[in-house]
Design a protein around this ligand. Structure first.
Ligand code: ATP
Ligand code: MG
Length: 811
């Protein structure tokens, strides 16, 4: 077939073009951020299609996230000038492996899953059934059913289920108990961490090396074996199995592997630096025949070491694929030169880099802007204002739409302050790669506790918390409670009380239920107690209910983040007078439909931002301990710090035109001020690429005479911000502020300015008055109820809103 004209090639520079046109044999494109690796990779797909080298079904291309896969499909379509039919094998490692595994599930026998030597699958299936029949007192314990060999499937079926973390942990717990181990000391989540780690390394139970024998109290490997067996019986896989099984299948069935080698004529991999060993093996197996594999990556952007990614895979590439063409790209097309230089300055702090030169001809542009704030709330307020000002164009910078703006945080709990602030001022936003703060599991659990305390008839909330943490109140016990409530026409809490009185429930569950009911009563009384602040009450509820402890004992990688979110939740309470006020605020904002707006600011973690780009980027929370994260440094020392530094590099290099880094001098943790030091990464940005802005509360904003320009002026002149900040911390204004906040007697709700304003606000309105709401626009007041107004909005229709978000219409 004659090649059609290829105008898309004209968009590339010579190095990119070489990478695209070197269609045969292994190619490694190793280059810094924004140099057009993804663009070249996408163009390569287009070129393969356009030259007739391969059809859409014959190209295997792997990206890191679903979002990236979608974008790549779109770009291919755009470049080809037509919609791409299919491309069924363009996706994430996991999505592609699920597809493969559904086709070949029956090959995943117990024997294969355990990784024992290669046998005929049929014979293996028989021995498996026999072996299972002999060994399984465990099985009996677990199912509670008499053992029936015929009922046990000995391989996966194509309709297998993919277990979520909860199911996975429940299963592991059963196995740990059956092994006679104390699940409190040896929690399932810890075992799941160990097993995930092994699966990331592509180790089946038989392949786990003896050096790992001590894992999980010397029982890890045996439990891993039982777990794999149980999964097959349940016709299920966990996430790690998706890759592991496919690798095992390819290793055991060379003919099948061969078929796929012929089918996938070309293989392309983006973000190669973040592949783990299992993914690497999978690629090596598939590319082993024709070796038409093109991998692109950047060692400086390897940020998933904590999840088993091995940057060494890049270095190994040339060894595994001798004669590989290695292409380096040096021109960055994304960012202006100050931004690029700032990022390059930071990453130079790492040792063991492959090292590379980067340049841009996008002009100098704006310097990276640096600003210090009093605290996280102030930071969020300032960024909100900046974004709004930026929509109109400010300081000589062109106007920016909301979808050109991203806020990239190190830890998801940082999102809360932004979400609250943006909801308050009606600035549409989306959270990418995760739920919004108030939708997170732990936040909904905690709020369910608060709801039960403030309104004991809230049955939905009660159901959510009655057995969270586990209190031995399973489905049966909960049905009894439901029944008692229904029969007596009372809420569930009362139903539980009646059930206990009638001794309708016994054992450990009864004791725990009685304790919970008593606690709810007591917390409810304390909610009305003037001497106890609602913040302390909230902490008390989370502690006494065992909810905090549940996460403290949790060994999954997510647990520390969840604890931080809980702390952040308590912090959010400080802006409210009591728990009910807070719950109402959340209910109102969650119910908020202005979120259908077309344009939205994106909020996401730095990890989720990989590969993306935005004209305007805000990088808040650059404080030592938060970023670089203390945990990462504690757990992984210098390696951890270097991974954090790569994350900083990823963050800065997302920005095209404007990059703003900020830090807060204080973060409040459990109602206590905690002084923060600016991130060490700030010191690493070469001074000439930074412009220091005057902070809104930190330096210029009137928190006391001692805190004038001097503090940040010091940063400006030396960039040795930590020295400068030490001056700020010593200033009288700072100390006064610190003293004031610490002196507030615990248990005394602070005289709230907000209440005063709220009261004034309400009394200031009259029925029928025309008002303006930040989100819903103009409307007239149809009802006044406490601090809430019913308003008939001209565009949005009737709504109940909190008065403080409303101003008198002055037109
Ligand atoms: P990252 O390391 O962050 O993933 P990348 O190397 O994949 O970056 P791309 O996202 O492919 O970089 O490209 C960055 C930006 O530069 C994109 O907006 C892209 O369209 C543009 N770009 C890439 N190559 C060229 C080129 N030759 N001419 C003009 N623009 C280009
Ligand atoms: Mg990319």
């Amino acid at each position: 077939m004659a090649a059609r004209p290829a105008p898309y090639l004209d968009e590339l520079n010579p190095a990119q073009r070489a990478a695209v046109e070197a269609l045969d044999g292994p190619v490694l494109m190793l280059a810094g951020a924004g140099t057009g690796k993804t663009k070249a990779l996408t163009t390569r797909i287009v070129h393969l299609l356009n030259t007739g080298r391969a059809g859409p079904h014959e190209i295997l291309s792997v990206t890191f996230t679903n979002k990236a896969a979608r974008e790549m499909k779109e770009r291919v379509g755009r470049l080809l000038g037509q919609t791409v039919e299919g491309m069924p094998w363009l996706g994430t490692f996991h999505s592609i492996c699920v597809k493969l595994l559904r086709r070949h599930a029956e090959l995943v026998t117990l024997d294969l899953a355990l990784g024992a030597g290669g046998e005929d699958p049929l014979a293996a299936a028989q021995t498996t059934a026999q072996a299972a029949a002999q060994q399984d007192d465990v099985l009996e314990d677990l199912t509670g059913q008499p053992f029936a060999p015929a009922a046990i499937p000995n391989h996966l079926k194509s309709n297998f289920t993919i277990l979520d973390t909860d199911d996975q942990n429940r299963l592991l717990k059963q196995l740990i108990e059956a092994a006679g181990m104390d699940v409190k000391r040896w929690p399932a989540r810890q075992l799941s961490g160990v097993i995930d780690h092994w699966k990331n390394r592509a180790w089946t139970p038989e392949q786990v090396p003896t050096s790992e024998a001590a894992a999980f109290n010397n029982r890890g490997i045996e439990l891993y074996k039982q777990y794999q067996r149980r999964l097959i019986e349940l016709n299920a896989c966990d996430f790690g199995d998706l890759l592991l099984h496919v690798v095992s299948i390819f290793q055991r069935y060379p003919d099948l592997l061969d078929q796929y080698r012929r089918r996938f004529k070309y293989i392309l991999v983006d973000e190669y630096q973040d592949t783990n060993v299992a993914q690497y093996l999978w690629l090596r197996l598939l590319a082993g025949g024709h070796k038409n594999i093109c991998c692109v990556g950047d060692d400086d952007q390897s940020i998933y070491g904590w999840r088993g990614a091995e940057v060494g895979n890049i270095l190994r590439f040339e060894k595994d694929f001798p004669g590989a063409e290695v292409i380096r790209l040096e021109q960055n097309y994304r960012s202006t030169s100050h931004i690029l230089a700032a990022a390059s300055g930071v990453i130079q702090g790492n040792s063991n880099r492959l090292g590379k030169t980067l340049w841009t001809d996008q002009g100098d542009g704006e310097k990276v802007r640096l600003i210090g704030h009093w605290d996280g709330e102030e930071e969020a307020r300032w960024i909100g204002e900046e974004i709004e000002a930026g929509q109109k164009g400010a300081r000589g910078v062109r106007p920016h739409g909301l979808d050109e703006v991203a806020i990239l945080v190190r830890a998801s709990h940082q999102m809360r302050a932004f979400e609250d602030r943006f909801l308050t001022i009606g600035l549409p936003y989306r959270v990418i790669g995760g739920p919004r703060f108030y939708e997170r599991m732990e936040i909904r659990d905690a709020m369910a506790y608060f709801r039960v305390v403030t309104s004991p008839a809230d049955d939905l909330a009660f159901e959510r918390i009655v057995n969270t943490p586990k209190r031995g109140l399973g489905d049966k016990a909960q049905q009894k409670i439901q029944m008692a409530a229904r029969q007596n026409g009372v809420p569930l809490v009362e139903g539980a009380r009646l059930l206990l009185q009638d001794k309708g429930i016994g054992g450990k569950g009864a004791k725990e239920l009685a304790l919970l009911v008593d606690n709810i009563d007591r917390w409810g009384r304390l909610a009305g107690d003037e001497d106890l602040s609602h913040i302390e009450l909230a902490e008390m509820i989370l502690d006494e209910s065992g909810y905090t402890t549940m996460w403290q004992n949790d060994k999954t990688p997510e647990a520390p983040g969840r604890l931080e979110n809980l702390k952040e939740l308590v912090k959010a309470l400080e802006q409210f007078e009591n728990l009910s006020g807070f719950l109402e605020h959340v209910a109102l904002i969650m119910d908020n439909d202005s979120q259908d707006a077309e344009q939205k600011v994106s909020i996401m973690t730095l990890h989720a931002a990989k590969g993306l780009e935005f004209p305007v980027v805000f990088l808040p929370g650059w404080e030592d301990g938060l970023f670089p994260s203390q945990r990462s440094m504690d757990e992984n020392g210098v390696k951890g710090l270097e991974e954090e530094r790569r994350l900083a590099y990823v963050g800065i290099t997302r920005a095209e035109e404007v990059c703003t880094i900020s830090f807060a001098g204080n973060r409040r943790v459990y109602g206590q001020w905690q002084a923060q030091l600016p991130s060490r990464f700030i010191d690493e940005i070469p001074e000439e690429h930074v412009e220091v802005l005057t902070g809104s509360g930190y330096a210029g904003g009137g928190y006391g005479g001692g805190m004038g320009m001097g503090g940040l002026g010091g940063v400006a002149s030396s960039i040795d911000s930590r020295v400068a900040d030490a001056n700020v911390y010593n200033s009288p204004g700072w100390k006064r502020m610190q003293a004031r906040s610490h002196q507030r007697p615990v248990g005394q709700p602070k005289e709230s300015l907000k209440t005063v304003i709220d009261l004034q606000a309400v009394s200031a309105y009259t029925l029928g008055e025309r008002v303006f709401h930040q989100k819903f626009g103009y409307g007239s007041i149809t009802g006044i109820e406490g601090d809430k107004l019913e308003i008939d909005f001209e565009k949005a229709g009737p709504k109940k809103v909190v008065a403080k978000f409303v101003t008198a219409a002055n037109d």
